[in-house]
Design a protein around this ligand. Structure first.
Ligand SMILES: [Zn+2]
Length: 492
C-alpha cells in the first residue's frame, strides 16, 4: 500500500523521524513534478481541507510531546494506510505524504531544542543526498520577518519552502568535491545573562599593528607564485599572545557575545593564549563570550583553518577555507594562495532563540556564488562572520545582495596589518538587514579603528559593535519603522 519500499522501511520501530523526512522529500522531489504541477499540487493540499486538516491536526497533537517519538512513526504509518485505503492513486498518496510532512513541520515548532546536541544533519543516511537539519524555532530577526511580512528567501521552491521548521539540504547545491564535507550545526547554549533580547555584541580584534607571520612564495610559472604562511618563532609570538589576552579581557568587560580574530593570525601560541585566557576568566567567574572565532591557523599541510572556541575555552569547531585568493602584487606578479583540504570540515553554530551563526573565511565571502552566498541562501543564518586578511574592506560590500534576499547580516574582521594605513583606516565591516522606505536591504558600514593610531600598539585593541535586531514596523503601510535595526559602535 505505501508509496515505496524505502518509505515503508523508514517507518520502522525505533526509526528516526528525520530519515522519514529525508526519504519522503527525495521521493516527492523526484515524482511530484512528473504527476502534477508542484504549485498546483501544494495549493490543492491546502484547499483539500479534508485530508490536510485531519492529518495536520492529528499529527500536531501526536508530535507535541517529545523529540524523536518512534511510536509516532507507527502513527504515521497507520494514518497513511487509512487515508489511502479508498484511493491509492499515486497523486493521492503523495498528497497524503506531503500533508503528513506539513503536520510534522507544525509539530516541530514545539520540539525541545534543549534536547539537541547538534542541529543536524539529524537524518542518519545520506544515500539520497537530502539531509535534514532542525531550524531554531525563533531567532533575533523573527520580529523583523513578522514586521516586513515577507519570507526570507525569494528563490521560491514551492515543495520545500513550506517545511520551514527544517533546513532541507539538497547536497547537489553545494557542488562538493571528494574529501569535502557538508556543514554540521553545533548546538551552543547561550550564557546565562549575556544575550540581551534582540541585541548582539560583537568584538572584532584587528591585532594591531604588525604581522605575527610572513608570506612565503614558491615560483610555479613566469611571474606566478604560490603563497603560504610561516609564523614567527615562539619567542617572537609572545607579545601577540599578550595582546590576545588583553583583547579577551576587554571582551569580557564589554560583555561581548562573540569575538572575531582575523585570518592567518591564530598561531599555536595565540591558540594557547586564547584557551588559557578563557579558562582563567571562567575561574574568576567573569563574563565570557559564547563564541570565539579565534582566527585562522595555517597548518604545516597548507590548510587554512578557522578555530572556534566556546566560552569555557573548549575548541568546538573548525572551518576549512574553500576559495583561495589569486591577486596581483605591487610588481604585477600573480600570487595564488596554496591551500589544501578545502571544506574538509565545515562547522556552524546554532543558539536557541538567537539563530544560526555561520563562519566563512575572507575570499569565501567575495566569490560570486561562493560559500557565503550559498550558506546565506540555504541555511538562512542570522549572521555570517568573516575573519579576513584583506587590503580592501570594500570588496565585502557585495554581501548586501545576500542581505536583501535572505535577510542575513554579516560582520567582517580584518587584520590591522592587512590594510594600508595611509588610506582611511577601516579594519572591518558590519552589514545588518534593515528596512528603508518599503525596501529590505543590507546597511553596510566600514569599521574604523578608534583610540589607537600607534604603529607599534600593544594595547590589545578591540572594536565592540552592538547589532540591534529589534524591529517595530510603522503603523500604516509605507510608514517608516518605529524602531529599525541598527549597528552602533560601543565606546569602551
Ligand atoms: Zn591598537
Amino acid at each position: 500500500m505505501l508509496l515505496t519500499k524505502e518509505i515503508e522501511s523508514c517507518l520502522k520501530v525505533n526509526g528516526n523521524i528525520y530519515d522519514f523526512i529525508s526519504v519522503s522529500i527525495y521521493n516527492i522531489k523526484k515524482r511530484v513534478p512528473k504527476i502534477a504541477d508542484p504549485v498546483e499540487f501544494v495549493c490543492s493540499i491546502y484547499d483539500n481541507t479534508g485530508i490536510y486538516k485531519e492529518i495536520r491536526t492529528n499529527s500536531r497533537l501526536a508530535f507535541m510531546k517529545t523529540m524523536l517519538p518512534f511510536e509516532q512513526l507507527d502513527f504515521i504509518k497507520k494514518t497513511f494506510n487509512t487515508t489511502c485505503e479508498t484511493d491509492n492513486s499515486e497523486k493521492h498518496q503523495f498528497s497524503v505524504l506531503y500533508s503528513i510532512l506539513l503536520g510534522i513541520n507544525d509539530a516541530a515548532r514545539a520540539w525541545s531544542e534543549e534536547a539537541l546536541t547538534s542541529w543536524g544533519p539529524l537524518d542518519t543516511d545520506d544515500k539520497h543526498k537530502i539531509r535534514v537539519y532542525l531550524r531554531p524555532h525563533s531567532t533575533l530577526i523573527t520580529s523583523f520577518e513578522d514586521g516586513v511580512k515577507r519570507k526570507r528567501n525569494i528563490e521560491f521552491n514551492e515543495l520545500i519552502d513550506p517545511l520551514d521548521s527544517f533546513v532541507i539540504l539538497d547536497i547537489k547545491e553545494l557542488k562538493l568535491k571528494p574529501g569535502q564535507s557538508i556543514p554540521t550545526g553545533i548546538f551552543v547554549r547561550p550564557g546565562t545573562n549575556n544575550w540581551k533580547k534582540g541585541k548582539l555584541r560583537i568584538g572584532i580584534a584587528p591585532l594591531c599593528c604588525n604581522k605575527n607571520f610572513s608570506f612565503k612564495y614558491r615560483k610555479i610559472a613566469e611571474s606566478t607564485y604560490k603563497a603560504h604562511v610561516e609564523y614567527l618563532s615562539a619567542s617572537e609570538q609572545k607579545p601577540f599572545a599578550v595582546k590576545a589576552r588583553k583583547i579577551l579581557e576587554k571582551a569580557s568587560q564589554s560583555r561581548c557575545n562573540i569575538v572575531i580574530f582575523p585570518e592567518f593570525t591564530c598561531s599555536d601560541q595565540l591558540r594557547d593564549a586564547i584557551k588559557n585566557t578563557l579558562e582563567s576568566l571562567n575561574k574568576n567567574r567573569a563574563p565570557v563570550p559564547d563564541l570565539i572565532f579565534a582566527g585562522t591557523n595555517w597548518t604545516s599541510g597548507n590548510e587554512n583553518v578557522l578555530i572556534v572556541f566556546n566560552g569555557q575555552g573548549k575548541e568546538i569547531g573548525k572551518y576549512y577555507k574553500h576559495d583561495h585568493y589569486d591577486d596581483p602584487d605591487e610588481k604585477g606578479n600573480r600570487i595564488i594562495e596554496d591551500i589544501q583540504n578545502r571544506w574538509k570540515e565545515v562547522d556552524f553554530y546554532g543558539l536557541p532563540g538567537i539563530g544560526f551563526i555561520m563562519p566563512v573565511i575572507c575570499k569565501d565571502a567575495i566569490v560570486e556564488d561562493g560559500p557565503a552566498d550559498l550558506f546565506s541562501k540555504i541555511f538562512l543564518p542570522l549572521l555570517i562572520v568573516i575573519p579576513a586578511w584583506s587590503p580592501s574592506v570594500s570588496s565585502f560590500e557585495r554581501l548586501t545582495g545576500s542581505t536583501k534576499d535572505n535577510f542575513t547580516s554579516f560582520v567582517m574582521s580584518d587584520a590591522c596589518s592587512a590594510v594600508h594605513s595611509d588610506k582611511e583606516f577601516s579594519i572591518g565591516m558590519s552589514i545588518i538587514v534593515t528596512k528603508h522606505n518599503s525596501v529590505v536591504s543590507g546597511n553596510a558600514k566600514a569599521i574604523s579603528k578608534s583610540g589607537c593610531s600607534s604603529s607599534d600598539c600593544d594595547q590589545g585593541c578591540l572594536e565592540v559593535l552592538e547589532y540591534d535586531f529589534r524591529f517595530v514596523p510603522g503603523k500604516n503601510r509605507g510608514d517608516p519603522p518605529i524602531h529599525n535595526t541598527s549597528v552602533r559602535k560601543i565606546v569602551q
